[in-house]
Design a protein around this ligand. Structure first.
Ligand code: HEC
Length: 483
């Protein structure tokens, strides 16, 4: 037996399992964790960081691991940033760690000693640190202090979003005391105590789903004002994870995934039947699981990894667009990519593509959407990132108030032209709710603009969109898809 490799292989897709409509095949492999070791961070593309008495290890999704020559003795907080780096608080200092080692990062002494970090503190804007003196945000090279009840500092943690502190709408969640706090970044006045977390286990925030928590085996979602139960019939959930709109849940050693269409799927992976203690799912589509003394990686076939930009990452002014995408070569098929709705060049073979777009990226938010059309499945991934420069301020809302809304403008178009095939019980992907439609928003715009949807042959039952309606759909997507 290969040392540390406990289970490896792949099983066949089964049609149904335990009342869950579909199942997804996944590869899984496990390795042993030393007794002192714990999983301390996972990047959006799936690199994991493990820490124990013997130091820190960087573990790749294929299971290979590298010991990191760290200068700190213990990581008190670690944010796995991208393929190369993690930001660490250790020994009362801030560090940037990579497989090459750890470099100290300096903080102005008046900030006090760091206790928690979120985001890339080396960039001029966007990172947060919690110190012995308060919560600080880095903005235009300055560290701004947030007013926050001091007695909560001790227990305060930022619930990071795919490794970043906040997403495009700059909403950030803090866990402090028994409460969940909601912060509109850049605007101190909008810090508010949002919900009671008493008796709950916080799972984390997600742009599409909201904030997820577990209470007595039940999955809950914070919708901005209340906790709402997430229906799930397979039993009491022991642990959960959430990333990029996809929720993962474990019940008695079995794993389920709730896809972006609100359907639960059973994950058909060769797992050993034992208690799963932790799930860290990540944006590219896989997850790391901890159970007893094992660390397991689970990867469904439709996992698309991106190099060159990271979700909610900040690129320097004038950065080039240079992105590589990797996936499972066995999926076959072709990849198409769009940057802010415009097609970008894709070259390379199945499973390893490179994208070529504009020479330099304009300042502001950008959306990269990927669609892999394969004989096995159709996979999509959307990623938002920020480019510094110009007059734009990431905290400012898009210019003007939103003008187009799901309820008033888009739902009627859906009812007339899409519902015949995309309603509940119809044959195609369910798109008949705000959540379901907006999860596919960028793709819907693309399929409609290209004339593919509604299919031209169906014009009698599902008339095509007028130029005006197409414009509405486009504006709605650009404005961030308002309900
Ligand atoms: C006559 C039936 C029909 C109508 C009407 C229709 N579609 Fe579709 N749609 C399909 C079929 C079939 C597929 C799957 C094959 C494909 O992807 O081309 C599909 C796939 C899609 C997908 C990809 C879904 C996925 O899971 O990958 C999107 C997005 C989509 N349609 C959007 C729309 C929108 C928006 C409308 C209305 C403006 C619409 N469709 C109207 C038949 C229809």
């Amino acid at each position: 037996m290969v040392l540390g490799l406990l289970g490896c292989g792949e099983s066949q897709l089964s049609d149904s399992y335990a009342g869950v409509a579909t199942s997804v095949t996944a590869d899984a492999h496990c390795q042993l964790l030393a007794e002192s070791e714990a999983l301390v961070g996972v990047s959006p593309e799936g690199e994991a960081w493990v820490e124990g008495d013997d130091g820190v290890r960087h573990v790749l999704p294929d299971g290979s691991s590298t010991a990191v020559d760290a200068s700190f003795t213990r990581a008190d907080s670690l944010v796995a940033w991208d393929a190369a780096a993690a930001f660490v608080v250790g020994d009362n200092s801030l560090w940037s760690a990579s497989v090459e080692g750890a470099e100290p990062l300096t903080l102005p002494p008046e900030l006090g000693k760091p206790r928690f970090v979120c985001g890339d503190p080396e960039r001029a804007s966007g990172a947060f640190v919690i110190t012995t003196r308060g919560l600080f945000e880095r903005h235009d090279d300055l560290w701004l202090r947030w007013s926050f009840p001091v007695e909560l500092l001790e227990s305060m943690k930022i619930q990071d979003l795919e490794g970043a502190c906040a997403g495009q709408d700059s909403l950030m969640y803090l866990e402090a005391g028994e409460s969940l706090w909601e912060v509109r970044s850049g605007d101190i006045a909008s810090l508010r105590e949002a919900a009671d977390l008493g008796g709950m286990i916080a799972v984390g925030p997600d742009i599409r789903v909201g904030f997820i928590a577990l209470r007595d085996g039940e999955l809950l979602r914070f919708d901005g004002s209340d906790w709402v139960s997430i229906p799930f019939d397979e039993g009491s959930v022991s642990v959960a994870g959430v990333a990029d709109g996809v929720l993962w849940a474990a019940v008695d050693g079995l794993i389920y995934r709730r896809n972006r269409f609100d359907e639960w799927e059973y994950l058909d992976a060769p797992m050993l039947p034992s208690v799963i203690e932790e799930i860290r799912s990540y944006a590219a589509g896989g997850a790391w699981l901890v159970r007893e003394n094992q660390l397991c990686h689970v990867e469904p076939h439709g996992t698309l990894r991106v190099r060159g930009v990271r979700p909610y990452g900040r690129l320097a002014e004038g950065s080039r667009f240079s992105v590589a995408v990797s996936g499972d070569p066995a999926m076959g098929g072709s990849l198409s990519a769009r940057l802010d709705g415009q097609g970008v060049g894709v070259s390379g073979a199945a499973g390893a593509w490179s994208l070529s777009g504009p020479e330099t990226l304009s300042p502001g938010w950008h959306t990269l959407s990927l669609v892999l059309d394969s004989p096995v499945d159709s996979v999509q991934r959307t990623l938002e990132f920020w480019v510094e420069g110009g007059e734009t301020d990431e905290h400012s809302p898009p210019p003007g108030e939103p003008t187009v809304f799901w309820e008033a403008d888009i739902a009627p178009i859906y009812e007339r032209s899409c519902a015949p095939c995309h309603a509940e019980g119809a044959n195609q992907t369910f798109m008949g709710s705000f959540e379901a439609f907006s999860a596919l928003g960028a793709l819907a715009l693309e399929r409609v603009s290209s004339g593919e949807m509604p299919p031209p042959g169906a014009s009698a039952s599902a008339p095509p969109l007028s130029a005006e309606e197409l414009q509405l759909l486009q504006t709605w997507v650009q404005e961030g898809m308002n309900p």
